[in-house]
Design a protein around this ligand. Structure first.
Ligand SMILES: Nc1ncnc2c1ncn2[C@@H]1O[C@H](COP(=O)(O)OP(=O)(O)OP(=O)(O)O)[C@@H](O)[C@H]1O
Length: 207
């Protein structure tokens, strides 16, 4: 299981712009990191680099277990990293039940994960609806249900609270606390403070 995420001398460029240069960071089990900065500062790009969706120009991203052993990057990302982006990555023609069920089955976790996720984010009344009929906040709740329906150590979250009303913000904050208590790790791009204890990495930016 991923215990430590280490970024060493990480440099990422998009187009002509160097977003960050020589970035160093270590995050351990039970810790959360908030990425802050202006629009365009590079928060999403950093999340994508950690997820393996964007190749850095230089530097390394390493995942280690509790004994300090280096984990195979591909396996760690494939089985232990969940990236919750702006777009929610939902298939609009599927029902809420199908989308949640697919994710809960993915790593061999079944009914318990499904029921737990549906309960945590009030998804029962939405299970028969196609994703295309859900509101933005309901879609995000489904995406969050998928996040907790299949346990993964490292959560990469891109403005996770944005479309949620106050009730579901608190529900998600509760899930984040549980994840950290269970030795999970969280890296979240945010514009507003997160309601959990976090370290902050400000990427600055001119917007
Ligand atoms: N595919 C791409 N090709 C070229 N430039 C890109 C690409 N994707 C993003 N960028 C640029 O990289 C910069 C960083 O974008 P990024 O989405 O990481 O910022 P952000 O900090 O997450 O912003 P926001 O707060 O608006 O979500 C921006 O200037 C953006 O235009």
């Amino acid at each position: 299981m991923i215990h430590t995420l280490t970024l060493t001398d990480l440099t990422v460029t998009r187009g002509e712009r160097r977003l960050f240069n020589g970035l160093n960071l270590e995050l351990k089990a039970g810790q959360a990191l908030a990425l802050t900065g202006a629009n365009g500062a590079g928060k999403t790009s950093l999340l994508r680099a950690i997820a393996g969706l964007l190749r850095p120009d230089a530097g390394t991203i390493a995942f280690r277990d509790g004994d300090g052993n280096l984990l195979d990057e591909r396996t760690a990302r494939g089985r232990e990293v969940h990236f919750l982006g702006h777009q929610d990555a939902l298939k609009t023609g599927r029902t809420t039940r199908e989308e949640l069920g697919f994710q809960c089955d993915w790593l061999g976790h079944t009914q318990h994960g499904f029921d737990h996720a549906a309960e945590a984010f009030g998804l029962q009344p939405l299970l028969g609806l196609e994703v295309r009929r859900l509101s933005a906040g309901q879609r995000r709740r489904l995406a969050m249900g998928r996040l907790i329906g299949s346990p993964r150590a490292l959560w990469l979250l891109d403005e996770p609270m944005a479309p949620l009303d106050v009730r579901w913000r608190e529900a998600f904050a509760d899930q984040m606390r549980r994840h950290l208590d269970a030795d999970g790790l969280i890296v979240a791009a945010v514009h507003d403070p997160l309601p959990i204890p976090v370290r902050t990495l400000d990427l600055g930016g001119l917007g």
